[in-house]
Design a protein around this ligand. Structure first.
Ligand code: NAP
Length: 476
């Protein structure tokens, strides 16, 4: 029997679906899972694809089943488990074999793993996979980091399984070592911001306009047919219209308002801070999930402080207000994406990756959680202006910001006056207002820093005097 084209370790939710996707596209695949029973069950349940799947119960048997140089996808729990799995594989591998970590790794771990394998003759790929269970099964977006040579070995398989947008596969080699996992991390950071902004708009409709979940679902459904058309808006309509089979109430009304997080949003915010790039939308979204998890504290605070004493939420023209909400969400989304791409541009410089921004936007157009028509516009903007300092100064997006930021301002104002929390929407407005203002207020900060710490400042007239006339006696 011919050898498998590729191997996969980890038949959990993502691994099992990815393996079926690979087999369905005509490739022979060897599979292994720590718990052997899972491998047996997976193979037994694989239907028509059974003949292309080689179930293996030992690592030795697994490695022998794959054609060298062997590409081996490791799709297991991120973190230490990956290091352990790599160590267990190593004794059986030969020069040129490629271990591919496809989990949600911290890119710094990926960089470390490249370092560990250096000079061993073994190769490594850090591969971000987005799209959840459905994406893994029918077409994910795939972000690859490693050598171009190792990518060439797996390109055909990855191209065949990736999502397609207008026939173009949503997979690309993005750069050396940690590039793929870094881009996947920022993808998830943007996803956090996108989801938080949607949740804030939902909050305004629910608590401000007192609309039912079903009615709000209708609004999102309408928006999904317009410029906000995207997977996240589409599923928001669906979740808002779903009914709880136990109570008959709207499902969302029965779900506890505590959001989970696994780390990629936080990593995005940390990396942005480390590089000194503002990513306020992502930071606001991560913080909002943290506040959401403090359910008991929030309930206790509501008993002590009460809700803001603001009275009725005032809206004169409901239809116009809902149009403003749509435009506000679009403007805020532009802010979050602009920040995410700026973080990637900074990382690209810092780590020497040469990240291709139009390509990143291109492979996010389908398959991944943030897929949308909007990403096609980003692809086009970065293709026309690859060296733009920021997405929001490219001609197409500058025009969109100018068109929609008024709505964002009105919505944030209404929410603030109505006592409704909109940290992510407000962060986008603050970002636009700070970024577009040539003369800011940091002159006062510089004066303060010089006053208490003699840090010095640059002058607007270029004169050669870098300390203020504060006087030593003033300095407490
Ligand atoms: P999952 O369903 O919980 O499956 C976990 C897999 O990891 C199982 O095959 C498990 O084997 C294996 N595993 C756990 N600890 C191990 C160890 N110490 N050594 C060897 N194998 C070990 O997880 P998943 O959702 O498929 O996620 C897999 C990876 O994909 C994670 O990095 C996740 O962050 C990432 N990811 C997930 C999604 C998603 O939507 N779920 C999307 C993108 C990326 P056993 O059967 O023996 O327990």
């Amino acid at each position: 029997m011919s050898q498998a084209e590729i191997g996969l370790i980890g038949l959990g939710v993502m691994g099992a679906n990815l393996a079926l996707n690979i087999a369905e596209k005509g490739h022979r695949i060897a599979v292994f899972n720590r718990t052997v029973e899972t491998t047996r069950k997976f193979h037994a349940d694989s239907g028509d694809l059974k003949s292309r799947i080689v179930p293996c119960e030992t690592i030795e048997e697994f490695v022998a089943a794959i054609r060298p140089p062997r590409p081996i996808i490791i799709m297991i729990k991120a973190g230490e488990a990956v290091d352990q799995q790599m160590e267990a594989l190593k004794p059986y591998l030969a020069r040129g074999d490629i271990m591919i970590d496809a989990g949600n790794a911290n890119f710094r771990d990926t960089m470390r793993r490249f370092g560990v394998l250096k000079d061993t003759g073994l190769t490594f790929i850090g591969m971000g996979v987005s799209g959840g269970e459905e994406g893994a099964r029918h077409g994910p977006s795939i972000m690859v980091g490693g050598t171009e040579e190792s990518y060439a070995r797996v390109e055909e398989v990855l191209t065949s399984i990736a999502a397609k947008y207008d026939g173009e596969p949503c997979v690309a080699w993005l750069g050396e070592n940690g590039a793929g996992h870094f881009v996947k991390t920022i993808h998830n950071g943007i996803e956090y911001a996108d989801m938080q902004m949607i949740a804030e708009i939902y909050g305004i409709l629910r608590d401000g306009l007192k609309m039912t979940a079903e009615e709000i679902g209708e609004v999102f459904g309408t928006w999904n047919r317009g410029r906000l058309n995207s997977y996240l808006i589409e599923i928001t309509e669906k979740v808002l219209k779903a009914t709880d089979p136990l109570t008959g109430n709207p499902m969302v009304d029965m779900i506890l308002d505590k959001a989970g997080q696994k780390g990629t949003g936080k990593w995005s915010a940390i990396e942005a801070q480390t590089m000194g790039v503002p990513a306020t939308g992502i930071e606001a979204a991560v913080a909002a999930r943290s506040i959401s998890s403090m359910k008991e504290e929030r309930e206790a605070a509501e008993r002590i402080l009460g809700l803001p004493p603001v009275g009725e939420f005032q809206v004169a023209d409901k239809a116009a207000f809902i149009t403003d909400l749509e435009n506000a969400l679009l403007a805020a989304k532009i802010g979050a994406y602009a920040q995410g791409f700026s973080v990637m541009a900074a990382a690209s410089k810092e780590f020497g990756w040469n990240l291709p921004m139009p390509t990143i936007a291109r492979i996010w157009r389908a398959g991944c959680i943030i897929r949308s028509q909007f990403l096609d516009e980003i692809t086009s903007a970065f293709t026309k202006a690859p060296d733009a300092a920021n997405l929001i100064v490219t001609p197409a997006f500058a025009a969109m910001v100018k068109e929609t930021d008024g709505a964002l301002r009105r919505i944030v104002s209404a929410a603030v006056l109505g006592g409704l929390p909109v940290p992510a929407l407000a962060s986008a407005l603050g970002y636009f207002d700070s970024y577009r203002r040539g003369r800011g207020t940091a002159n006062v900060i510089q004066a303060q820093r010089d006053f208490f710490g003699a840090h010095g400042f640059d002058r607007i007239d270029g004169a050669d005097s870098h300390h203020g006339p504060w006087g030593s006696g003033l300095n407490g």
